[in-house]
Design a protein around this ligand. Structure first.
Ligand SMILES: [Zn+2]
Ligand SMILES: [Zn+2]
Length: 816
């Protein structure tokens, strides 16, 4: 009989914690237990990792209660967590916090509130009634306060029961909860849905109501209503594309031709699920063959498929096969909000066999899916999600698909674990004996290298669906255009002409500028002074609509200056430009066009993002101006023109990935141009047109870019040849952070020599009142475990010194 349990606590403290087991209760690995920890005896809901009989040297505290009747974390998940903690230099507790939905992580500090979405609260005669009354009055209570009210030293089991019943929820989860958007759909009534009935309707309308007839004809076209699987048509789309007003639709509903209903966007009605599967083009079928033989030979296949080539159809075919066998599939996407279209298509194909999982879902939905999967109870076999979906308790994963595998948002930045979801998906798949398919139009250098070296299998799909040509890309020399005075604001004549031509044909355009705001720099003309943030070493960006200066590092705002703070001159000029300025200039050049802007300022809420994306899809917006967001996975079939306002700024990221990132961004946004009958037109404006990366972009030369860049990485010793570990030190006092960085660097150099770069003073060296120093450590791939252990040891040694203890350190393995 084991007498002890090693427990993982939801805390960023290193080490393992052993508790003695209570009598009677059955405890298994993967169950949560309430345990006291620390001097104050705070309570934590920890996870039992291992049961054993090895008495620790020091005395142990006892587990207070067992919270779960069955494990909620599997052995494989623990193994993945351990891999992540080891690889990314963090604690198991940090991984646990990132992995578990918030409702499952409990501690004395956990604040609970009454679930506002509960229909009706059952009458309670026990003490929990007192608690709920108190919660309704005070809005939120900590676990500790709840314990005092209930008269319980260990309130965790009682609270956990209330959470399970859905009566209370964890407060921090409340903020995030959003309700899915609903749309109105139009379809024929059953009575009208026959060829004969439709003919009668047409005859009737032809004479009396030509506008209504036009609406009906457009509906027939859009719904494919004579096929076996008629589609409903979204109301606004129907009205817009038929040029009808709601007044034309209303009588048709009243007379019984159409009916409408509201549904969550993207959720297909059950009957409409397209079970037949896609019919593949010859090019797609050939690529699928390559993928299949790749999957048979290797664990990982890299699929390079140009934009609009129809990679998704390949994925769905493979997903279908995997789940038909009874297995599970994980489909990762870099950003859920921006990839709603793909989810919509997957749902149309797989219906209820799909579950979507990401951090913006309601806490209850996330928790419920987790628990269903952990208990192996009829959970959907296909999980689509952002990076956190890889933490779900899979029990029989067969296939992991990582779409847009090059996308940097697969890497978590803050807080730890700073894991890369693509890389960990491959590890997860390996643990299940499953295969991984990586897809991208512009694969990461690492993945291409692995394909070239034979570690991954490789497949490609280089023709766009329907044999549409790749867009024509034109480079415009801004220096030359400025010299000849041929610019209108930040627009060159070729770009203006291209947009103009698109608008005349009622096509759409996307414009990409990497900076948000209006102008990034106000400078004094007399003394060259630039207003900076008072808390960061950053110049402030002017936002015209809000009429304020903002720091993009800490978010502080300032009133715009009327005179120079240094010399008092009132001659201030504005340098540079952001999306807001582009939007304004566009409105002057194309006063008739309907323009929208998509950046962090305009899409703060999910609703706002939905409005923009829906408006663009329905044709209510002609030109979309945006930051990086517009480069991601947006597929709109009326977009024929794409403009990149300032390519130089994309190639100037201050790190070794600058060119890779710039190439990917430009190739991705260029790929948004083109549709069934037009290949599309891309204009790239740049000051430095001779940059060889631009030439490779215009020729769509992914392989050429790879060859050029990989040589550079080899020569200078960067990934994929060496691993990189970025160390960032922060402190209010500059001398202290500099001293700690210097000590750490010299400790690391004892073994790693010139593979330690820095300490560097970064371009932005002071953020939120803290001074920053950076170190970059290159690790040999063959010995990175040992070398990381050495780094850990150096960190422990240096930061144990009293003068360095307060310096904050962040370690980022494989930074992107
Ligand atoms: Zn001045
Ligand atoms: Zn700031």
């Amino acid at each position: 009989m084991p007498r002890f349990a090693d427990v993982i606590l939801p805390l960023a403290v290193p080490g393992r914690f052993t508790f003695s087991l209570p009598e009677g209760d059955e405890v298994k690995s993967g169950m949560r237990v309430a345990v006291p920890f620390g001097r104050g005896g705070k309570l934590y809901g920890g996870l039992v990792r291992r049961l054993h009989d090895e008495a620790p040297l020091t005395s142990t505290r006892e587990i207070l209660s067992v919270l779960d009747a069955a494990p909620i974390v599997t052995e494989r998940q623990f193994l993945l967590w351990e891999r992540i903690a080891e690889h990314y230099l963090c604690t198991l507790g940090e991984v646990m916090i990132a992995a578990l939905p918030g409702q499952l992580t409990l501690s004395s500090e956990t604040r609970i509130v009454v679930n506002p979405f509960i229909a009706e609260e059952p009458v309670r005669t026990d003490r929990s009634g007192v608690l709920i009354a108190a919660l309704l009055e005070r809005e939120a209570l900590s676990m500790k306060e709840a314990g005092e009210l209930l008269g319980l030293k260990n309130p965790m089991p009682a609270i956990k029961r209330l959470i399970d019943e859905g009566v209370v929820i964890v407060e921090e989860e409340l903020r995030e909860a959003w309700k899915p958007r609903t749309l109105t759909y139009v379809k024929l009534t059953d009575a009208a849905h026959s060829e004969e009935a439709l003919h009668q309707w047409c005859d009737k309308l032809e004479k009396k109501a030509p506008k209504q007839l036009h609406l009906l004809m457009r509906y027939v076209e859009l719904s494919r209503c004579m096929s076996d699987h008629p589609l409903e048509v979204e109301k606004n789309k129907l009205l817009h594309l038929s040029g009808s007003s709601p007044a034309a639709l209303k009588p048709l509903i009243e007379k019984g031709l159409f009916e409408t209903h509201e549904r969550e966007a993207g959720l297909p009605a059950q009957a409409l699920i397209d079970k037949a599967g896609p019919s593949l083009s010859p090019a797609q079928a050939a690529a699928l063959d390559q993928v299949r033989s790749g999957l048979a030979a290797k664990d990982v296949v890299l699929l390079r498929g140009v934009t609009s080539s129809g990679k998704t159809e390949l994925y769905t075919t493979l997903i279908d096969e995997a789940v038909r066998d009874g297995g599970q599939v994980l489909y990762l996407l870099p950003e859920i909000a921006l990839t709603a279209q793909i989810i919509e298509r997957l749902r149309a194909r797989f219906g209820e066999r799909i579950a979507v999982y990401h951090s913006r879902m309601s806490a209850r939905d996330r928790t419920e899916l987790w628990v269903r999967m952990a208990h192996g109870k009829d959970a959907p076999p296909i999980i689509v999600g952002a990076r956190s979906a890889l933490f779900l308790p899979f029990n029989d994963l067969r296939l992991a698909v990582v779409d847009e595998e090059h996308d940097p948002s697969y890497k978590q930045h803050e807080p730890a674990p700073r894991y890369h979801a693509r890389d960990m998906a491959i590890v997860l798949a390996g643990m299940h004996g499953a295969k991984t398919l990586l897809g991208s139009a512009t694969p990461s250098l690492e993945s291409q290298y692995n394909a070239h070296s034979g570690k991954y299998a490789y497949a490609e799909l280089l023709t766009r669906y329907g044999d549409v040509a790749m867009p024509a890309i034109t480079l415009v020399d801004l220096r030359d255009a400025q010299r000849r005075k041929q610019m209108r604001g930040h627009f060159s004549q070729p770009l203006i002409d291209a947009i103009d031509a698109a608008l005349k044909k009622r096509e759409q355009a996307i414009l990409f500028q990497n900076r948000r705001g209006y102008v990034p720099v106000w400078q004094c003309e007399s003394c060259a002074f630039v207003p900076n943030c008072d808390h960061c070493d950053v110049s402030l960006t002017y936002h015209k609509k809000l009429h304020q200066l903002r720091c993009h590092y800490c978010g502080r705002t300032y009133p715009p200056p009327t005179q120079c703070a240094q010399c008092g001159s009132n001659r201030l000029r504005m340098i540079g430009f952001g999306t807001e300025k582009i939007e304004e200039e566009l409105a002057e050049i194309f006063p008739e066009a309907r323009i929208a802007r998509m950046d962090q300022d305009t899409v703060r809420g999910r609703q706002a993002l939905d409005r923009i994306l829906t408006g663009f899809a329905q044709g209510a917006i002609d030109i979309l101006v945006g930051t990086q967001m517009v480069t991601k996975g947006l597929d709109f079939d009326q977009v024929t023109t794409v403009g990149i306002l300032s390519a130089d700024s994309l190639l100037r990221f201050p790190d070794f990935r600058a060119h890779e990132r710039g190439f990917q961004l430009m190739a991705q946004v260029a790929g948004r141009a083109g549709r069934r009958d037009t290949p599309g037109n891309v204009i790239i404006q740049a000051h430095e047109v001779r940059n060889p990366v631009l030439d490779l972009v215009t020729r769509h030369d992914v392989e050429g870019f790879y060859q050029r860049e990989i040589e550079h990485r080899r020569t200078h010793g960067y990934p994929p040849f060496l691993r990189v570990l970025a160390l960032t030190l922060r402190h209010r006092n500059e001398e202290r952070v500099a001293a700690a960085a210097a000590d750490l660097a010299s400790a690391l150099r004892e073994h790693l020599g010139d593979r330690v770069l820095g300490p560097d003073i970064p371009a932005v060296a002071w953020v939120k009142d803290r001074h920053i120093r950076n170190l970059l450590v290159k690790l040999r791939r063959s010995a990175h475990h040992e070398e990381k252990a050495f780094v850990r040891e150096c960190i422990d040694r240096v930061f144990a010194q009293p003068e360095h203890r307060a310096v904050q350190l962040v370690a980022d393995v494989d930074p992107v």
